[in-house]
Ligand binder design. Structure first.
Ligand SMILES: Cc1cc2nc3c(=O)[nH]c(=O)nc-3n(C[C@H](O)[C@H](O)[C@H](O)COP(=O)(O)O)c2cc1C
Length: 214
């Protein structure tokens, strides 16, 4: 292998241990706005379609607004219960159970971060436009989550509150043309030793040149 410009052990550990953190969030330690802005600054190096850079970030640390969002999020609990019952394997069932337990505590997390995009897709948007639209924010979101992890904070990428997008938009006072693309609860983590998750071998999900061959 050619020489790396990075300390690969550290980079690989960051990439393989940035988990969805729900049960090890420190609810009592405040998160400084400066550290969030630092992570947002790093996320801005992500690619965007046609260099659009349409990402916008809404950071909620106001207790009343967090509670309101928490109440909206918790309305998805019956759905998580249903999904837990029909989970395809033990790992997935465990995720749903953790997600369910976490749902009632979301409003207590120190900060809720909502990555947004300015400009709404047409209802009949073509596949290429849908992929370019969401592809122009989610790469930045993952960079943001990696930057958090590297600084001792944890987060979870969630979408459940978007089942009630209209109510949350009203609560947050967002204009019609600002689209919420996720909701990331953010906090310092209790301990920092996270482990890689169990995943299938890359060979089993990769095709070279021909879909029929591996
Ligand atoms: C598109 C997307 C939507 C998700 N929505 C939620 C959600 O609403 N609530 C939640 O607790 N986790 C949510 N997750 C987190 C997943 O449950 C989690 O990534 C998955 O179980 C794997 O765990 P890991 O991230 O630690 O590897 C979402 C993840 C993605 C990528």
């Amino acid at each position: 292998m050619s020489e790396s410009p990075f300390d690969l052990e550290t980079v690989d550990r960051l990439l393989s241990t940035t988990r969805s953190v729900r049960r090890r969030l420190d609810y009592d330690r405040p998160v400084e706005r400066e550290v969030l802005l630092d992570c947002i600054r790093l996320s801005q190096q992500a690619p965007t379609a046609t260099n659009s850079q349409g990402w916008r970030w809404l950071v909620i640390d106001d207790p009343a607004k967090k509670r309101g969002l928490g109440d909206i999020y918790a309305r998805g609990i019956p759905l998580l219960d249903e999904m837990s019952k029909s989970a395809k394997d033990a790992q997935t069932a465990m995720v749903y159970n953790h997600a369910r337990d976490f749902a009632s505590r979301l409003g207590d997390v120190p900060v809720l971060v909502i990555p947004c995009l300015e400009g709404r897709l047409d209802a009949d948007a073509e596949h290429v436009h849908i992929t370019s639209y969401y592809g122009s924010v989610y790469q930045a979101v993952w960079s943001f989550q990696l930057a958090l992890r590297s600084r001792g904070l944890g987060s979870v990428f969630t979408t459940m509150h978007l089942t009630f997008e209209e109510e949350s938009r009203e609560l947050l006072g967002l204009p019609e043309n600002v689209v919420q693309t996720a909701l990331l609860p953010v906090a310092y983590t209790v301990g920092m030793d996270f482990k890689p998750a169990d995943r299938p071998a890359p060979e089993s999900i990769t095709h070279f040149n021909d879909w029929g061959a591996s």
